[in-house]
Design a protein around this ligand. Structure first.
Ligand SMILES: [Zn+2]
Ligand SMILES: [Zn+2]
Length: 441
């Protein structure tokens, strides 16, 4: 069947707007709109049959019931809804009323075309409104990971009844925005993320004889610690991006009582429903550091992609530590040196330490000690620095963990060894740095 014959069959079904006439042959002539195709077919038929040219408007169209005439109005409404929201990319989805979808199917069936001929109305709306929105906003259509996702609900208005398109027909979902950085923790007893009180579950209240009263365990704060890295960083970033809430993602975490020094530990702050996506990160850094007042410092803040969250969580990282060590009995310098030399570059077998969360499976892991050195400060006191493969338990490497870690400093010294203070000096990707331009905006 020739294309004009197909068009004749389609027109026999009833009055059709140009877009609905062109849509079943949408696979023809890339670069045309369906309304262009429909108009051309209608013109061709009028010329071939020498009949008067009689266009039908969307308001007469039995298939789309007028929706194909609302693309401009929809784009205007979406642009107005997005006013004040910063975005560079967008995606559009459309809910088509089931009866209209059925019309679109019947049109093909009546004309003897395959059910999936051309393209579905839904896709036409997405594309046509998307194109118009691009012209109104300078933003780009992006199918993979748009800043905003717009869902059009055609059922919210009836063009044939003369309804105007209102914001009820438009739902805007704002995808999160991400800021990457590194933090240092310069005081002890600061957890990385906020730590709700286990007695009151974070509510800060308990039930007393006279009803609710402040929780005695946390003094009513709801938290076990007054401050966390997350609580220092999050409010400033959420505020700068004018978002609803934020989530802190760290590249692992150090113990609550450990300092995080050196170049700091990578993190990503995820901001939900941001209306700004390009805050001044340098000003943000200053604001965080001023407010943290020396307890925590951040540096190298950059706008990141959502993939950076997985990268900071999953990238294999080696760690550098500094441990203050107390020895159970005096050790001489030669013995101390020999123990460190024996550990340098060696592979350590560590059975899951007793102090580790019991939900973690118990098993023996092998981890490499890349570098180790240190000083014997007194016969029973030393400072040891270790650069180890990710997952190496340092406290156990020193203490031996009652034989669960082998070899160990304590084992080689043949005396008890205990870490009294542990600081992290570096967290770096094993094979590549965390900072990769592909993960920044
Ligand atoms: Zn139509
Ligand atoms: Zn409490």
């Amino acid at each position: 069947m020739t294309i004009p014959d197909t068009a004749r069959r389609l027109l026999e079904s009833g009055p059709l707007c140009d877009a609905c006439l062109g849509r079943p042959v949408a696979d023809r002539s890339f670069g045309l709109g369906n309304d262009d195709r429909g108009r051309a077919l209608r013109t061709t038929i009028a010329l071939e049959d020498d009949e008067d040219f009689e266009p039908d408007t969307p308001a007469d169209c039995w298939v789309c019931e007028g929706y194909c005439g609302t693309f401009d109005e929809l784009a205007d409404t979406i642009a107005a809804t997005l006013e004040g929201i910063e975005f560079e990319t967008y995606q559009i989805g459309t809910r088509v009323p089931p009866l209209v979808e059925e019309n679109d199917r019947l049109l093909r069936e009546d004309a003897g075309l395959p059910e999936d001929a051309g393209e579905p109305l839904k896709r036409e709306v997405n594309r046509e409104v998307g194109r118009r929105l691009g012209e109104r906003t300078d933003a780009e259509f992006d199918l993979s990971r748009p800043d905003v996702l717009i869902v059009i609900d055609l059922e919210a208005f009836d063009p044939i009844a003369g309804d105007a398109v209102t914001s009820h027909a438009v739902d805007v979902q704002i995808n999160p925005a991400f800021v990457y950085g590194r933090y240092r923790k310069l005081e002890r007893d600061i957890p990385q993320t906020e730590w709700p009180c286990r007695e009151c579950g974070g509510s800060g209240a308990q039930l007393g004889d006279d009803g609710e009263e402040p929780c005695t365990y946390c003094d009513g704060s709801g938290y076990l610690y007054d401050v966390s890295v997350e609580q220092v960083v999050r409010p400033h970033v959420v505020d700068a991006m004018d978002g609803d809430e934020g989530t802190f993602h760290g590249a692992g975490r150090e113990d609550v009582d450990a300092l995080m020094l050196g170049a700091g530990r990578p993190f990503v702050l995820e901001v939900k429903r941001p209306t700004r996506r390009t805050p001044d990160v340098e000003a943000l850094e200053v604001a965080i550091n001023d407010a943290a007042d020396g307890a925590v410092e951040v540096e190298g803040l950059r706008l990141a992609t959502h993939e950076m969250v997985e990268r900071v969580k999953e990238l294999d990282a080696s760690k550098q530590y500094r441990a203050d060590v107390r020895l159970a009995s005096p050790v001489d310098e030669d013995t101390f040196r020999a123990a460190l030399e024996a550990l340098e570059g060696t592979t350590v077998e560590q059975y899951t330490p007793e102090r580790v969360d019991h939900r973690r499976a118990n098993l023996t892991r092998e981890r490499t000690v890349y570098d180790i050195d240190g000083e014997l400060l007194e016969p029973t006191r030393a400072q040891i620095r270790v650069h180890g493969e990710g997952g190496l338990y340092i406290k156990e490497l020193i203490s031996g963990d009652n034989g669960r870690t082998e070899p160990s400093v304590a084992g080689l010294l043949e005396t008890g060894a205990e870490v009294t203070a542990l600081d992290v000096l570096g967290v770096d990707g094993e094979d590549e740095p965390f900072e990769d331009d592909d993960y920044f905006r």
